[in-house]
Design a binder for this molecule. Sequence first.
Ligand code: AMP
Ligand code: MG
Length: 340
Amino acid sequence: MKTIRLDILSGDYKQNIEKAADILRSGGIVGVPTETVYGLAASALDDNAIKNVFSAKGRPQDNPLIVHIDSIEMLEKVASDIPKSAYLCAERFWPGPFTMVLKKTSLIATSVSGGLDSVAVRMPSEKSIRDIISVGNLPLAAPSANISGAPSPTSYTHVLNDLDGKIDACVLGNDCTVGVESTVVSLLGEHPRLLRPGAVTLEELKEVLPDIVVDDAILSEPKSDEKVASPGMKYKHYAPKTESYLVEGDTNSYCQFVNTKLNCLALCFSEDEQYITVNKMVYGTRLNEQTLAKNVFSALRDIDKLGVDAVYIHAPSKSGVGLAVYNRLIRASAFRVIKL
Ligand code: AMP
Ligand code: MG
């Protein structure tokens, strides 16, 4: 299959948005920018198109997809029994990097929800995907546009590196401004539950959902027989091929530790750089977690090009957006954490 390029940066914006909507309406699958990561979109109403998304990514069938919408009217078509707390969250966090899990309607293709009777819904802030949804008048199911297990794509180049020839089209838009996937909260149980941390932080969520609980799977390795609230959390994720370790410690102890290692890479903060004598790659300053989030996946993709035996990643704090970055890195490191 030839993957059509729909260039909305230097080509005709309106024409390319309409073309993307056309391809999606006729059952195709398209890489699209969002503010979090690039998504691989398909009509949420088309079971066959959804199956093609799973097979292009090599994604396990029981890992459900997020449905992207452009309005509260569309929310009410895809979800039912919507609680008041969902409207409060929508008012505060939409459009933006925030997803809520609600009861689904029969409109949503069964493959979208991986057999569950719930649906995860997000209204993104990125204009181009919103325009595609509006022009097509179609909710779009979209997981990240990467090969399953690999670091998520934050530029169209990442999407094409993974999926060129396997998808109908790719919208060539801007790099993602957030850089990590959306915050996912389930509103189905007795208490709201944080299933995946993202750029909408736990601190912000508590202002709207004071009784929110944090799912254990965010920071710990799920047991193989454990029932997880969010099926995606049981899979190995975001992993470079190089053996990775997450290292907790201050600048001094981290730099002393990595400097003793042979043929390795230090994925570090700008504060560490001048003290490191081995190969190093900076992914931002420890003082700005938003920048760490924006750069983390691109850095994970670059690691494998270096031919080192191991990478030692300096761990961010677990507060604010740091929790989202930490959550991705502990998975990229297969839960190998070194506490100095
Ligand atoms: P991704 O498509 O890679 O952004 O992953 C979507 C995440 O949302 C995964 O961790 C899924 O397990 C989670 N998710 C999607 N739909 C549901 C749902 N109905 N219930 C619980 N978690 C969900
Ligand atoms: Mg993903």
